[in-house]
Unconditional design. Structure first.
Length: 366
């Protein structure tokens, strides 16, 4: 039975990039429906909760059911704080949806460690699940538009529609960035960067066809998504990985030269299309706005989970499509849960850090 539960978990990993979800509405922010505040529940959330409940039923009769450590205590405190902020700040429907996303993400990590899932297994299933979204992304870049697919939760995209992310050519032409099946190119790029890193780390443990498929999708995908942050994170992780002594000198040279060549091509591409500067300016503006939301009203208690965009709309008057999360997960977490929430989060992750089997985990993945 344990093998069946592990296979269900790997099926969830396969379905992650598909973004299959049920949508019943969206938050109105700045006078318009906001695509970053959609009321929805993902298929993987339902499967994760069902799998966790299955494990809970099996666990209740175990000898460890009376154990209650500091990790569980800090976890309960953290979620109690998040629910308190949600109720006190706004109690909006999207805030509750957002909290469910957080719970699902934690379940994904906990179950992955519990089932002792190998990195090569995650790579195999994640790569297979990314094939169709990758093809969607290529189509979007080549055609400049993409139709809505409701059963996949994909919104319609158009290079000439305000709010959709694009590359700007010197001629004034606009090329749609690759969204794949995701709500934003940067989220798509995050998946691709992870697949690229896993393909390098587990190069010797997987078949060549899987390595070339994963690495190829990652490199091409990172270019057409236009995510500088994801590309930089991927390169930094690969370079850090190459420092470990059990990686041969020959392979180190090959990978290092490949990374340098692709980096040059990537940076030249950004220079030619003149998009990178615009992105940096926009990100700097988002951080300035973040600070205005954070200080002095939300630095201690936070704006509430999933409430940053609502707080931004109350603080800053801007075009409706600019009301979106700040493009930095740490800043977003800080402004939404405040200093108190961050302290509880750090305490919780320290307890998790102490209990993880570090000797079995790859340094690059950590």
């Amino acid at each position: 039975m344990s093998k069946i539960r592990k296979q269900i978990f790997l099926l969830i990993v396969f379905l992650l990039p598909w973004q299959i979800r049920f949508i019943w509405g969206a938050e109105n922010i700045g006078g318009h429906t906001n695509e970053f505040a959609v009321y929805s529940i993902y298929l993987v959330q339902i499967l994760l909760v069902a799998l966790a409940m299955w494990e809970l039923i099996l666990w209740r009769d175990s000898q460890n059911k009376s154990n209650f450590g500091r990790g569980q205590f800090f976890a309960l405190l953290l979620f109690a704080w998040i629910f308190f902020l949600w109720q006190w700040r706004a109690a909006s429907e999207y805030g509750l949806v957002y909290i469910n996303y957080l719970i699902a993400s934690i379940l994904l990590c906990v179950l992955g460690v519990y089932y002792k899932v190998r990195g090569s297994e995650i790579l195999s299933y994640l790569t297979a699940g990314l094939i169709v979204p990758f093809l969607f992304g290529v189509y979007q870049v080549m055609n400049g538009w993409f139709p809505a697919i409701s059963w996949l939760g994909i919104a319609a995209r158009d290079a000439y529609r305000a709010g959709d992310s694009v590359f700007l050519l010197p001629s004034g032409s606009r090329i749609l960035r690759a969204y794949g099946s995701f709500p934003h190119p940067n989220i798509f790029a995050g998946y691709l960067a992870l697949v690229g890193l896993l393909s390098v780390v587990y190069r010797k443990q997987i078949k060549p066809i899987l390595f070339y498929a994963a690495a190829g999708m990652a490199i091409i995908g990172l270019i057409i998504t236009g995510s500088v942050a994801a590309w930089a994170a991927f390169l930094a992780a690969v370079i850090a990985y190459l420092h470990y002594p059990w990686f041969s000198k020959k392979n180190t040279l090959i990978v290092a030269v490949s990374v340098i060549l692709f980096s040059i091509i990537f940076l030249l591409t950004f220079y030619v299309i003149n998009w990178g500067g615009r992105s940096v300016i926009e990100r700097a503006q988002f951080i300035i706005w973040w600070w205005q939301v954070f200080w002095p009203n939300n630095f201690l208690l936070g704006s509430g989970a999933g409430q940053y965009m609502q707080a931004l709309a109350k603080t800053i008057f801007a075009s409706w499509w600019l009301y979106q999360p700040v493009h930095n997960v740490f800043l977003l977490w800080l402004v939404e849960v405040g200093i108190i929430g961050v302290v509880l989060s750090v305490a919780f992750f320290i307890e998790i850090y102490k209990k993880l089997p570090w000797h079995r985990l790859s340094p690059a993945i950590i």
